[in-house]
Design a protein around this ligand. Structure first.
Ligand SMILES: *Cc1c(COP(=O)(O)O)cnc(C)c1O
Length: 391
């Protein structure tokens, strides 16, 4: 035997990774969440499942494979060209829309892959037309309209109208859709969303009157608006955070409609010891034992996406009980207090996020404690954490 095997068995590597800790994704929960939101749509209105940022950390390809073919699904929305290629590479054939600016280097390949490109910049129609000519196929585009988010999009005014006319006259471009994005749909007071929706539909109507053209798909709603603003559903709605069972904000109820979180983070105790009175834990010795304490070491850290902001705050679940985090969270490990558990051993399951027994730690709770937004928390679970899929 050579000292280092040339052929490392991937199964063995993945198994070991799973032992250190893993992200468990319940695809059944994602399907149920999708169906609950699809039921809120009227006849003919469809959903675009937003699976940018690797499906908010849940895994874009497994989520897309699971949802493809669901009644009520129009297709998928992503943030970047690379995310679109990854889906096409995995055999996803549904419509895909990119939601942000895409550099011209990608246009030809995106056109060939039938990926919808958002347009709003002055230089885009010409560049896209050239790429369409090279590809020998028309480009499908969605016009982004800025009705009050102030991010991307043409304004719904005279200048916007001139842009639309130019777009409609450009050979090789099929203007399939127009969309806008709400800045405050996650607030109880929907007056700003109403204002945005009014500007959007007025612009849509003006385009129809002045050019005779109707965009096939008009869309405005995000998750919050899907739950709270039915008049904004139009032709398509973009479902992101609620697909994963998480809250758009504290002002939007997701428990009432029956949405459930799909993602858990699990690990196990790798080391147990007694910390003697006066001894301390982790960098900076921020925790010193007031008397003898039982302390467990968990082999995950901020390089896995566990917020360092949980240092000396927050807790994990072991044997169905909350165990407080002691001292600083390190890059790859952290410690918790298990003194109050009647029984505990090395190898015990540790739930950092999700349910164990009757207890649950939600992304919103960890977000609030660590100063990290719930969307951000799940997106930032790193690739080092292996994803395990369950039904
Ligand atoms: C991310 C995003 C969404 C999804 O928002 P959620 O709040 O997660 O539902 C919808 N539309 C656009 C343009 C986005 O960028």
């Amino acid at each position: 035997m050579p000292p280092f095997p040339g052929n490392i068995d991937m199964e063995v590597i993945l198994q070991t990774e799973t032992d250190r800790g893993y992200v468990e994704v319940d695809l059944g929960a994602i399907t149920r969440n999708f169906r609950i939101c699809a039921d809120k749509m009227q006849h003919g209105q469809k959903l675009l499942a937003v699976i940018k940022a690797n499906g908010y950390g849940h895994g874009a390809v497994p989520v897309a494979r699971r949802l493809e073919g669901e009644p009520g699904l129009f297709g998928f929305a992503v943030a970047t060209a690379q995310e679109a290629y990854a889906l096409r590479g995995a055999g996803i054939t549904s419509p895909i829309l990119i939601l942000g600016y895409v550099a011209p280097e990608h246009y030809e390949r995106l056109i060939r892959s039938r990926v919808r490109i958002p347009v709003f910049r002055a230089d885009q129609p010409e560049q896209i037309a050239q790429a369409a000519a090279r590809a020998g196929e028309p480009a499908l585009v969605h016009l982004a309209v800025d009705t009050g988010m102030g991010r991307i999009g043409v304004r719904p005014d005279e200048e916007g109208m001139a842009y639309v006319r130019r777009l409609l006259q450009t050979k090789g471009i099929l203007a399939e859709g127009m969309f806008t994005h709400f800045a405050r749909a996650d607030e109880t007071d929907q007056s700003y969303s109403q204002l945005q929706l009014g500007r959007f539909t007025a612009f849509r109507d003006r385009i129809r009157e002045e050019t005779g053209f109707s965009f096939r798909y008009c869309h405005a709603s995000n998750s919050a608006a899907i739950l709270e603003l039915p008049e904004a559903h139009l032709d398509l709605a973009r479902i992101g955070i609620t697909l994963y069972g998480l809250e758009p904000s504290g002002e939007v109820d997701v428990v009432g409609p029956g949405l459930t979180p799909a993602l858990s983070v699990k690990s196990s105790i790798v080391f147990l010891k007694t910390l003697k009175q006066g001894e301390s834990v982790s960098y900076g010795s921020l925790y010193t034992a007031p008397e003898d304490r039982r302390v467990a070491t968990i082999p995950l850290g901020y390089a896995d996406g566990i917020p360092r902001g949980l240092s000396c705050k927050g807790s994990v679940l072991i044997r169905g009980q909350r165990c407080p985090i002691l001292g600083r969270v390190c890059m790859d490990q952290f410690m918790v207090d298990v003194t109050h558990l009647s029984e505990v051993s090395e190898g015990d399951e540790v739930v950092l996020l999700g349910r164990q027994g009757d207890e649950e730690i939600r992304a919103e709770e960890i977000g609030a404690i660590s100063g990290r937004f719930n969307y951000e928390l799940v997106c930032l679970l790193t690739e080092r954490l292996h994803r395990v899929y369950r039904e």
